[in-house]
Design a protein around this ligand. Structure first.
Ligand SMILES: Cc1cc2nc3c(=O)[nH]c(=O)nc-3n(C[C@H](O)[C@H](O)[C@H](O)COP(=O)(O)OP(=O)(O)OC[C@H]3O[C@@H](n4cnc5c(N)ncnc54)[C@H](O)[C@@H]3O)c2cc1C
Length: 420
């Protein structure tokens, strides 16, 4: 029997495996994809995400492979800066923010797992839970294999196959927004050399939607963008088809951001025009209903990361929460698997962990949802003017910390106090 089986080798899975390894707890990762499968797009890692990676000794390598920045400018459709948020800060948080290719983060995590000798079983699709026993759980795979482990952790993303066992009927729902991401090299952009009126990285809040522009490599010459658009739900297969139909994505961007009357700055228009179609990727923003518990009745199965609480990507916190869940759960498992642990205390320690994490996740979802609302198009000019005023007034009132200090300053080690 395995000690810990982890389903999913995205963001949360390998981080959990590496923390367990630090505590000399054996584990195996099961991942449905193959090692070479590529996932496009970039992510912004805020200080709280980077603190977790620093605890693993990976941050210094990642820092050199992405764009390090402190300030994120919030601008209106004409490029007027309404305020600047410290998305990271060496002085305040010990970390600048990092914008980086998602594939690089995965590559570094997998490399570290391999270096530590952690087994990853690729091409293994988990199909569900067979049974939860008193001291273990049994999960099954598409190829017919069943695996028994003392603990099973589902880090298998938003369409988790373990979550329905813990919380039946918790299917993800579409939020009404989608993101389209593309990449253009700075040297291909004419308006960058001219006065384009935008401080980068920045988030443009236009009347007809929002458009984030963020460099994504160390030197800053690779400009990634993230457009947020309202959309009708297409169903899981429909979204997968759209992601492959890059021509359709390009047309969606053209229609929204190119017309003069939609009033987006020249740099936004040029980015859309010059995007090599093959760099386009898309994501529907999905959410999972609030789950009262992230563990099974006998506390042998857990869900973490997007499987537990998918957070819309409008606050740059999804991966951060997945990392924090992984680090904090590793401390719980280290206690539980210690030779002097009294098994009767298992429900109590798990509930302390859930309580600690729930309180934080609820706050983060609230922050992210408000941010998402700002990114929607405004139906009327007056509504948009009010939105601009709210952004301006928030920064005037709260300063560049933007009310996010509690989120970025969090240290996952603080769970140790809660578990005592
Ligand atoms: C457009 C977009 C932009 C984002 N930007 C940011 C950002 O800037 N900052 C940020 O912090 N977060 C961001 N996020 C969120 C972030 O990417 C996710 O929250 C994070 O990846 C969640 O990690 P995870 O490990 O829980 O799930 P995932 O990263 O989804 O990993 C799940 C893994 O499980 C595997 N898997 C799935 N099903 C099975 C199965 N049945 N059997 C075996 N394996 C399985 C998958 O192949 C995958 O490797 C963004 C998300 C989106 C969609």
């Amino acid at each position: 029997m395995l000690t810990v089986a982890i389903i999913g080798s995205g963001m949360a899975g390998p981080v959990l495996a590496l923390f367990l390894h630090k505590h000399s707890i054996p584990c195996v990762l099961f991942e449905l994809r193959n090692p070479n499968s590529q996932q496009g797009g970039n992510i912004a890692l805020a200080p709280n995400a980077l603190r977790v990676l620093d605890h693993l000794g990976i941050y210094d390598r990642l820092r050199l492979r992405g764009y390090n920045y402190d300030e994120l400018a919030f601008a209106n459709g004409s490029g007027l800066v309404l305020g600047k948020l410290w998305n990271g800060s060496q002085k305040l948080y010990n970390f600048a923010a990092l914008r980086i290719h998602r594939s690089i983060v995965k590559e570094e995590l997998i490399r570290e797992c391999e270096k530590k000798g952690i087994e990853i079983r690729w091409g293994k699709k988990c199909t569900g839970v067979e049974e939860e026993r008193e001291g273990s759980a049994v999960i099954r795979f598409e190829d017919g294999e069943s695996v028994e482990a003392q603990f099973v952790v589902a880090a298998d993303g938003i369409h988790s196959k373990i979550r329905p066992f813990i919380f039946p009927g918790s299917d993800p729902t579409f939020s009404g927004l989608m993101g389209v991401m593309g990449t253009v090299m700075a040297e291909d952009l004419k308006s960058l050399g001219e006065k384009h009126g935008l401080d980068l990285p920045c988030m443009v809040f236009g009347e007809r939607g929002s458009f984030a522009i963020m460099p994504a490599n160390f030197s800053g010459n690779e400009l990634g963008y993230f457009a947020t658009l309202e959309a009708e739900d297409r169903g899981r297969e429909g979204w997968q088809k759209l992601e492959k139909n890059q021509q359709e994505l390009k047309e969606m961007l053209n229609e929204r951001f190119l017309p003069e009357e939609n009033g987006f700055p020249a740099l936004v228009q040029e980015l859309v025009e010059k995007t090599p179609t093959e760099t386009l990727t898309s994501w529907p923003f999905m959410s999972v209903p609030h789950l009262d518990s992230w563990s099974s009745p006998k506390k042998r199965l857990f869900v973490i990361g997007d499987a537990a609480h998918a957070i819309p990507p409008t606050g740059g916190q999804g991966a951060a929460m997945a990392f924090e869940d992984a680090e904090t759960l590793a401390y719980v498992l280290a206690r539980v698997l210690a030779s002097d642990f009294n098994a009767n205390n298992l429900p109590d320690i798990v509930s302390k962990w859930e309580h600690h994490r729930h309180a934080r996740i609820v706050k983060v979802i609230d922050f992210t949802t408000k941010n998402g609302d700002l990114r929607k198009s405004s139906p009327h000019y007056y509504e948009h003017a009010a939105k601009e005023w709210v952004i301006w007034a928030t920064f005037k009132w709260m300063g560049p910390e933007g009310g996010a200090h509690w989120m970025y300053a969090y240290n996952a080690e603080s769970v140790l106090g809660a578990l005592a």
